[in-house]
Design a protein around this ligand. Structure first.
Ligand code: BTN
Length: 241
């Protein structure tokens, strides 16, 4: 695994995208102590105090149809979830569709997948991952919704965690991209944070799981089942139905 370590950068996703254009090899990782323009999904920022957390991006040179990219995001969520669960063996660590990682109701890691298309196919994918490792004090607006490995009582070295996530991702991603979610679907279902919960996406309903194409299954109040391929689920009811 080739790792490029940076003291400071705008965003490791930018470094990985630039690396892709300049010929960096599949599996290259950019990891930074601090980001001046860290990004989250839906145009949000991802702020993290220097040196406390794990901020990295992996370049995947995977040629596939654009429809497969959501599966890569889910597999990345599962890889992060499993690596975090290893250092928090007494806590329930869950994947919230599409790819947030939660402990209890709080977010411990986020994933931003960006892909480059050439013609009708994906040329490469950048998987950007932020895992809260050592932070103990979050800004007021995040304190109620964010947590870290340290706050949950775990101990983790950032480099060991990085290696663990990348190995897990590497193990599953090619298979899933070419053959579908099948093999990891059971693992993912077991750690699905939304399953059985009332959620507030697209008019509301109860989440019934994730299908083999990576879509969220939602049972509407009128009994119909809808499949949602992209979006954001804000919150979830604390008790499952
Ligand atoms: C989200 O939850 O909205 C996604 C957050 C992704 C943050 C990581 S930190 C490393 C990489 N570089 C970025 O700018 N974003 C991702």
């Amino acid at each position: 695994m080739k790792i490029i370590r940076l003291e400071e950068t705008t965003s490791t996703n930018d470094d990985a995208k630039r690396g892709a254009r300049e010929g960096a090899e599949h599996g290259t990782v950019w990891v930074a102590e601090s980001q001046t323009g860290g990004r989250g999904r839906q145009g949000r920022t991802w702020a993290s105090p220097r040196g406390e957390n794990l901020l990295f991006s992996v370049l995947l040179r995977i040629q596939c149809l654009p429809a497969r990219v959501p599966l890569i995001a889910l597999v990345a969520g599962l890889a992060v979830r499993d690596a975090v669960a290893r250092v928090l063996p007494d806590r329930d660590v869950l994947v919230k569709w599409p790819n947030d990682v939660l402990v209890g109701e709080k977010k411990i890691a986020g994933i931003l997948v960006e892909s480059a298309i050439a013609g009708t196919k994906v040329d490469h994918v950048v998987v950007g991952i932020g895992i809260n490792v050592h932070t103990r004090h979050f800004p007021e607006e995040l304190a109620a919704i964010a947590t870290s490995i340290a706050l949950e009582g775990g101990h983790a070295s950032r480099s060991a965690l990085l290696e663990d996530v990348v190995q897990r991702l590497d193990h599953d991603v090619e298979h899933v991209v070419h053959r579908g979610l099948g093999l990891v679907h059971a693992r993912l279902s077991k750690v699905d944070a939304l399953r059985g919960h009332e959620i507030d996406i697209e008019g509301g309903g109860v989440a019934e799981g994730i299908d083999l194409d990576g879509r969220l299954l939602v049972r509407k109040p009128d009994g119909t089942l809808v499949r949602i391929s992209s979006g954001e689920v804000r919150g979830r009811a604390s008790t499952p139905r």
